[in-house]
Design a binder for this molecule. Structure first.
Ligand code: UDP
Ligand code: MG
Length: 207
C-alpha cells in the first residue's frame, strides 16, 4: 500500500539530454512511474475532442511552453490514476517545470499534495543536444519538433526560461547534477549513485 504523500523527482535538462532514456531505466530499477510532460501533452494533442490540441501543437513546434494549467492538470490526473489503480507513490516528472509559470502553477496546485525528493539535472552541451535531437528526427522519431528550426527554438527556451528554474532548485539544495554527454550506460551508473544515496527512494518494487 502507498503511504504518505506521493514522492516526486523532477527530471530536467536540455532537449535531447537523455531524460526519457534514463527515466525508463529508473522505472525498471526503482519502481517509479515515469510521467513525461511532453508525452502527456502529445497524447492530449492526439485525443479526439481535446480543446487544447491546436494550442499544444503550436507550442511544441515553436519550442515554447504550454500554459501550466493544461500541463499540471495532465500531470495530476496521471498521478491520481497511478495512485488509485496501482497503489504507486513514486513519480519521475520528466521535462517539467520548465519556466516560472510552470513552477508557480505546480506550487499552487501540487506542492501541498506531494513531496519533492530531488531534481535530477542532466547537463549537456548545446551541440550534443542538437545533434541528438536531429539524429532522433532522422531516425524517425515522428516528432514535429525534431527539426533544426524547432530544436534551435527549444534550446533558446531552455537557456532563457528553464535554466533559471534549475538555478532556483539549486538554491534550495535539491539539484543532483549529472554529466549527460556520456554514454547511456555511463550516465545510468551516475544516476544509480544518486538514487541509492536517497533513503526515501527505498529498494525497487512497487513503492
Ligand atoms: N512542453 C511544455 N510544457 C512541459 C513539457 C513540454 O510546453 O511541461 C512542450 C514544449 O513545447 C516542449 C515540447 O513540449 O518543447 C517537447 O517537450 P519534451 O519534454 O517532450 O522534449 P524533450 O525535452 O524530451 O526533448
Ligand atoms: Mg523527453
Amino acid at each position: 500500500m502507498a503511504s504518505g504523500k506521493p514522492k516526486v523527482v523532477f527530471v530536467l535538462g536540455g532537449p535531447g539530454a537523455g531524460k526519457g532514456t534514463q527515466c525508463q531505466r529508473i522505472v525498471e530499477k526503482y519502481g517509479f512511474v515515469h510521467l513525461s510532460a511532453g508525452d502527456l501533452l502529445r497524447e492530449e494533442r492526439a485525443r479526439e475532442g481535446s480543446e487544447y490540441g491546436e494550442q499544444i501543437e503550436y507550442h511544441i513546434r515553436n519550442g515554447s511552453i504550454v500554459p501550466v494549467k493544461v500541463t499540471c492538470s495532465l500531470l495530476e490526473n496521471a498521478m491520481n490514476h497511478n495512485i488509485k489503480q496501482f497503489g504507486k507513490n513514486k513519480f519521475l516528472i520528466d521535462g517539467f517545470p520548465r519556466n516560472q509559470d510552470n513552477l508557480d502553477g505546480w506550487n499552487e496546485q501540487m506542492s501541498d499534495k506531494t513531496e519533492i525528493l530531488f531534481v535530477l539535472f542532466f547537463n549537456c552541451s548545446e551541440d550534443i543536444c542538437t545533434e541528438r535531437c536531429l539524429g532522433r528526427g532522422k531516425s524517425g522519431s515522428g516528432r514535429s519538433d525534431d527539426n533544426a528550426e524547432s530544436v534551435k527554438k527549444r534550446i533558446n527556451t531552455y537557456n532563457n526560461d528553464s535554466l533559471p528554474i534549475i538555478e532556483h532548485f539549486k538554491e534550495l539544495n535539491l539539484v543532483r547534477e549529472i554529466d549527460a554527454s556520456l554514454s547511456a550506460d555511463e550516465v545510468f551508473a551516475k544516476v544509480q549513485q544518486v538514487f541509492n544515496e536517497c533513503s526515501a527512494v527505498g529498494a525497487g518494487g512497487d513503492q
